[in-house]
Design a protein around this ligand. Structure first.
Ligand SMILES: [Zn+2]
Length: 250
């Protein structure tokens, strides 16, 4: 037994020298198997603490916070996920939600959207959480990060998540991109959320149309948000078609 424990690191090092791809695949399997949903939520929470510390968060009496709190007052839990909301006072047109139920809305988005359109955008982002898109993407991001660190340190040990890894994850959270199928499913989630709660479902369509218009005139931050959300006009039309079928056009 002692011999086996002693020899294991030597075997691992030999593999790294001989076939790094094989070792990488093995590490991927290990981290994939050991990273629980709870760990992902814990990492998300840690990353959010860091994100909130690095961004101008609107205070409790700030008009943006007051407005957001009013808009979400009925929605502190969605699909069994307890949610916490904050406004970042930055000009970017963006919003995101994380696996621990944190929803962050940027001032730039609030400036151009109506209350129901904001709910539609948040409903879409929360849809990514409820559908586990965010959790799965976060797992992949953590694995990539862990594998890279292990490969560079050549230590053969996946240690605790480091501060720089959290930084990687935080960067990732804002620019997360999902598959087209995941986007469509998040749209459907938002549509159902709006419908179930008696909101005008067409707010989802008009929010896409506003983003499509913006992407024509601006570049940078807006474009990067839209790059993960392609075909805003097509998606808006899809919402309008469904609303017509369901007699929800107003
Ligand atoms: Zn999305």
């Amino acid at each position: 037994m002692i011999f086996w424990l002693f020899s294991l690191p030597l075997v691992t090092q030999a593999q790294i020298r001989l076939d790094s791809n094989l070792v990488k695949a093995g590490l991927e399997a290990i981290s994939s198997a050991t990273l629980s949903d709870k760990q992902v939520a814990d990492y998300s929470r840690q990353a959010m603490v860091q994100m909130d510390a690095q961004n101008p968060v609107a205070g409790p009496n700030d008009p943006y916070t007051v407005r957001l709190n009013r808009i979400v007052s009925r929605h502190h839990t969605i699909s069994g996920i307890p949610l916490n909301y904050k406004v970042y006072k930055v000009k970017d047109v963006n919003a995101f939600a994380t696996a621990d139920g944190s929803v962050r809305v940027f001032q730039g988005l609030m400036d151009i959207m109506t209350d129901t359109e904001l709910l539609a955008v948040m409903g879409h982002e929360i849809g990514h959480v409820a559908n586990h898109d965010v959790r799965d993407a976060m797992k992949r991001s953590l694995q990539r990060s862990a594998i890279r660190d292990v490969a560079s340190a050549n230590s053969g040990v996946i240690g605790k998540i480091s501060r720089s890894q959290l930084g990687d994850v935080a960067d990732y959270l804002v620019g997360a991109s999902f598959s087209r199928k995941q986007e469509t499913e998040a749209d459907d989630y938002s549509y159902s959320f709006l419908k179930r709660n008696g909101y005008n479902v067409l707010a989802l369509a008009t929010s896409f149309e506003k983003l499509a218009k913006l992407s024509g005139g601006q570049s940078g931050k807006v474009a990067s948000m839209l790059s993960s959300h392609p075909d805003s006009k097509v998606r808006a039309q899809r919402v309008r078609d469904r609303a017509r079928r369901e007699g929800l056009t107003r």
